[in-house]
Design a protein around this ligand. Structure first.
Ligand code: GTP
Ligand code: MG
Length: 310
């Protein structure tokens, strides 16, 4: 597929390009080689948090704010439940309709295929497709507060941790050590009781972990459904981006991201070579026998295999 000028801004072309990338193979590599020089231009914003706190509603409200500023926005919702990619989850599909005719908004769900490396690598490349189509802001929504969310949060320049009052989310976040990844905290559903208490819990625990930090994460309260607190959130996002640029942290984070991606890519390729080799070489077959007969142990055998593979 080629990205010629005539089809720029065409959502179907973008969707196809992302599918090509998800499918991998030589077509994906050709496409990525073609677009890579045009990438690295967007502000990547990660929004993560427990299920149902209102992340998608927040994003929907943010889209309005971003469009008011004349910027193009892409959203990748990393959907942990859907067994295959390409199909938007229901909530996102309903919301998406509001933006169907707006070429400045692109929303896509990507399925977590049960293998974290896969989805992370595909997401890196999907971001690049959006950048190649001149999207200024790219928002990545992930659900949950586990290891894979942390890793996906690492992709973002700015990570927003969304929580809600009265659910113990704040305490949970503090306990699970996920606080460190938040550049901005949002207590959504501010219309429910306990929002102020949740915010002050977060502020207090941030004080404890962030003694000499040069960025103090703001803790905001929003009612996403009513668009309340969204302007403040957008402003905080802008301030964080400015801070990243002026402090040199943007370069630092992005280089860190490149390292993670390279490690993932190398691991995936080496894993594949190892599987191929173990399945197909007589050398490996002999080693399997030796381990089976307890002539050698799996660790030693692995060392020997590595030498034959690389
Ligand atoms: N009371 C109240 N409800 C809200 C608010 N924002 C969102 N909701 C509702 O909360 C529910 C979940 O909202 P979503 O935006 O789908 O939440 P989410 O965090 O994206 O959910 P998952 O992607 O499934 O984890 C919906 O019924 C929303 O209408 C709010 O500010 N106040
Ligand atoms: Mg959602």
């Amino acid at each position: 597929m080629s990205l010629n000028e005539g089809v720029k801004n065409n959502k179907r072309t973008i969707a196809k390009a992302i599918t090509t990338i998800e499918n991998g193979g030589s077509e994906a590599l050709t496409l990525l080689k073609q677009i890579y020089p045009k990438t690295g231009t967007a502000h990547l914003i990660g929004i993560t948090g427990p299920p149902g706190v209102g992340k998608s509603t927040l994003i929907d409200a943010l889209i309005g704010q971003i469009r008011k500023n004349g910027l193009k926005v892409g959203v990748l919702a990393i959907d942990p439940s859907s067994p295959f990619s390409g199909g938007a989850i229901l909530g996102d599909r309903i919301r998406m309709q509001a933006h169907t005719l707006d070429n400045g908004v692109f929303i896509r769900s990507m399925a977590n295929r049960g293998h974290f490396g896969g989805i992370a690598l595909a997401a890196y490349d999907a971001i690049r497709v959006l950048e190649a189509f001149d999207y200024d802001i790219i928002i990545i929504e992930t659900v949950g507060v586990g290891q894979s969310e942390l890793a996906i949060a690492q992709m973002a320049d700015t990570t927003i941790l969304a929580l809600m009052p009265g659910s113990g989310d704040d305490i949970q976040a503090i306990k699970s050590g996920i606080m460190e990844i938040g550049d901005i905290f949002v207590i959504n559903k501010g219309d429910l009781p306990g929002a102020n208490k949740a915010a002050s819990n977060i502020i207090h625990s941030l004080d404890l972990i962030q003694e000499k930090a040069d960025w103090t994460p703001p803790v905001l309260i929003s009612i996403a459904q009513e668009g309340i607190g969204i302007e403040e959130l957008w402003q905080a996002i802008g301030e964080h981006f400015k801070f990243l640029k002026s402090s040199g942290k943007l370069e630092q984070r992005r280089k860190h991201r490149i390292k993670s991606e390279l490690a993932e890519l190398v691991a995936a390729k080496v894993r594949q070579s190892a599987l191929d080799f173990i399945d197909n070489s007589s050398n490996a077959n002999e080693l399997v026998n030796d381990v089976w007969l307890h002539k050698t142990d799996p660790h030693l055998a692995a060392e020997k295999l590595i030498k034959s593979i690389v």
